[in-house]
Ligand binder design. Structure first.
Ligand SMILES: [Zn+2]
Length: 228
């Protein structure tokens, strides 16, 4: 399901999580989507999920001037003072944190407390390249949305190699579970350098994919048992 549909469904059912975590490499796209989603939440014409784009509210948000949508800009480590500014901001605005991975541990814990007691109509959109640099409890508190990076170029078997450590493998699984054609491409590409045993596993995975077995399960079966 694409993002737009996903957000539309969630908003129609009033089930958009109050804490969202946007992951992936494409920073500009993640930030733009955060603002678009904020527009959808506050649009005077109630156009979901991304707003009408021309009411006062939508225009203020696109200029990053809406009083109810604040953006925590930072260039270095995010410390607890910044989080205190968030929690004490008058009017309980929603926040976009474009560099959430720069939060130190204290700041993360302080934000976690805030996320555990969401106020009505207050949303937090955290943006980070991946989950590794974030406090795991914070990650588990958020609804994770993975943004695909630019279309994956797989030519002549130059697929991303299979990482050695577990957290990188989980990340790869997360990334390739989203799109079956990407997954199929990478399964083919890996066959170029595979041992005969792993090649059989890859062929089996391709068959499973054709039978509509869940992509994440396929990748987990393939990668979590494999020796590096
Ligand atoms: Zn609007």
């Amino acid at each position: 399901m694409d993002l737009k549909k996903r957000f539309t469904n969630a908003m129609n059912k009033n089930r958009l999580a109050h804490a969202l975590l946007f992951l992936g490499d494409n920073q500009a796209q993640k930030e733009q989507t955060a603002l678009d989603l904020a527009s959808g939440l506050l649009c005077e014409n109630k156009i979901i999920p991304f707003g009408c784009g021309h009411c006062v509210s939508c225009r203020q948000i696109s200029k990053q001037q809406h009083p109810s949508i604040r953006i925590l800009r930072t260039e270095s480590e995010i410390r607890i003072d910044a989080i205190r500014d968030i929690t004490s901001a008058p009017g309980n605005p929603s926040w976009v944190i474009p560099e959430a991975h720069l939060m130190n541990k204290q700041a993360s814990n302080a934000l976690l407390k805030t996320l555990e007691e969401p106020r009505n109509n207050q949303f937090f959109i955290l943006i980070a390249p991946n989950t590794r640099s974030l406090l795991p409890t914070l990650v588990s508190r958020c609804q994770r949305i993975f943004f695909k990076s630019a279309p994956i170029q797989i030519e002549n078997g130059s697929a991303p190699s299979i990482p050695e450590n577990l957290s990188d493998r989980l990340e790869l699984i997360e990334r390739f579970s989203k799109d079956k054609s990407d997954l199929n491409q990478i399964l083919i590409a890996w066959q170029h350098h595979a041992s005969s045993e792993f090649k059989n596993a890859l062929l089996k995975a391709q068959e499973d994919l054709k039978k509509h077995v869940n992509a994440q399960l396929i990748l987990e079966a393939l990668l979590l048992s494999k020796n590096a």
